[in-house]
Design a protein around this ligand. Structure first.
Ligand SMILES: Cc1ncc(COP(=O)(O)O)c(C=O)c1O
Length: 382
């Protein structure tokens, strides 16, 4: 693991970074790339101001640019992606689109540590015949054995969170997807906390469907969610939540004839928002230029700087780098108030989930930030 990061300072300068102290909140909202502000004007506001109702052609082209930028960064083909408002909405649409093939499998499985919003969606799917089941928190989602035991022949679909937001734990997605393939279970993967920070390609994960959004490590702001669907599966899915842009020919406008789009766009719906996707396409472009591998290496280098400088007694509480996503999730226990107070004094932007302190190092962070946070930590220095 590299001890320091050799990133040129101009890389961080491509982003607007809220100050005054270290910004370690990318797991919540990633920093705005400066290029996104111009892109918003050029791709959304200017066409609107100059073209009014004739702006749609340009706006729809920006949506295509969003899908292409996703494919460039995360793999797969542009037509295998569909823009969504957020993951929850994408998951709802997906579950309602599953073929009613008389299957006796009714269980929708997920880990209890999944993002709660997605758990709410699984529960609501019970109204159309599914049964939501959560793998209890005590069974680690990092262990393949946990999934192997839970993926029984009652399971129709499983939601696997690649990186868990409250603990930072990484699930062995590829191995879980292989189990699903062997057991004929639909494998849905949530990459909200891994996209843009862990090198990954959607088409090699082995999942059937991948759900994500651009608000965190992709620095694209809220509202630009997406769904990727494995190419062989698209035509078997029939979403109930549709609109003119789910139509094979969106401009046919014949109320008596609906035909699903032949690509993932069938999951789109009615008149979409435009601004979030213009912003996100610009940020995906910036991140692609920097490279996810570079961002990942920088993150690991800063985690290492942090670990070397933090009080010795705390080091044992740090997760092993290969078992964590981009966020350091440190269980502070009874020291929570002291840790919180010291980080606040040092102007660190961080947050907590219960007793867990969450700190994320992105490309906007420097080794000095990691040192400053570690030195603010209460306890004996090494
Ligand atoms: C792992 C994970 N999944 C999903 C989400 C967001 O879901 P949604 O886009 O439906 O709000 C988050 C946001 O914090 C997350 O951390």
């Amino acid at each position: 693991m590299p001890m320091t990061s050799s990133l040129p300072p101009e890389t961080a300068e491509r982003f607007c970074v809220p100050g005054p102290g270290p910004y370690a909140l990318t797991h919540s909202v990633g920093c705005l790339p400066k290029a996104s502000m111009d892109a918003l004007h050029a791709g959304f506001l200017r066409p609107w101001s100059q073209l009014g109702g004739d702006a749609w052609q340009e706006w729809l082209a920006r949506h295509d640019a969003f899908r292409s930028a996703l494919a460039d960064l995360l793999g797969g083909m542009p037509e295998e992606y569909c823009a969504q408002a957020n993951l929850s909405s994408g998951l709802s649409k997906l579950l309602a689109s599953l073929p009613r093939n008389g299957s006796s499998r009714r269980v929708l499985l997920a880990a209890e540590d999944s993002f709660p919003s997605l758990g709410f969606v699984l529960k609501q799917a019970e109204r159309f015949g599914f049964e939501a089941r959560l793998i209890p928190h005590e069974r680690s989602p990092a262990l393949l054995e946990t999934w192997s035991q839970a993926l029984t022949d009652e399971v129709r679909a499983v939601l696997v969170t690649h990186v868990h937001s409250q603990t930072g734990v990484v699930a062995p997605v590829e191995a879980i997807a292989r189990l699903c393939a062997d057991r004929e279970i639909l494998c849905i993967v949530d990459i909200a906390q891994s996209a843009g920070i862990l090198p990954l390609a959607v088409h090699t994960l082995g999942a059937h469907v991948v759900l994500g959004s651009c608000v965190k490590w992709l620095c694209g702001g809220p509202g630009a969610g997406f769904m990727w669907i494995a190419p062989g599966l698209i035509e078997q899915l029939e979403p109930a939540d549709v609109g003119w842009l789910s139509h094979a020919d969106p401009f046919r406008f014949d109320i008596h004839s609906f035909e699903y789009a032949h690509d993932a766009r069938r999951f789109w719906g009615g008149t979409p928002s435009v601004a979030p996707f213009v912003l996100a396409a610009a940020s995906l472009h910036v991140l692609n230029e920097i490279g996810v591998q570079t961002i990942f290496a920088h993150n690991r280098a800063l985690m290492n700087v942090f670990a070397m400088e933090m009080p010795r007694a705390w080091r044992a509480r740090l997760p092993a780098p290969e078992q964590t996503g981009g966020t350091l999730c440190i269980r502070a226990g009874s020291a929570l108030d002291a840790v919180r107070a010291r980080l606040q004094e040092a102007d660190v932007r961080f947050d907590c989930r219960g007793e867990i302190v969450r700190l994320s190092f992105h490309i906007v962070n420097t080794p000095e930030h990691a040192l400053r946070i570690a030195r603010a930590w209460p306890g004996e220095r090494p």
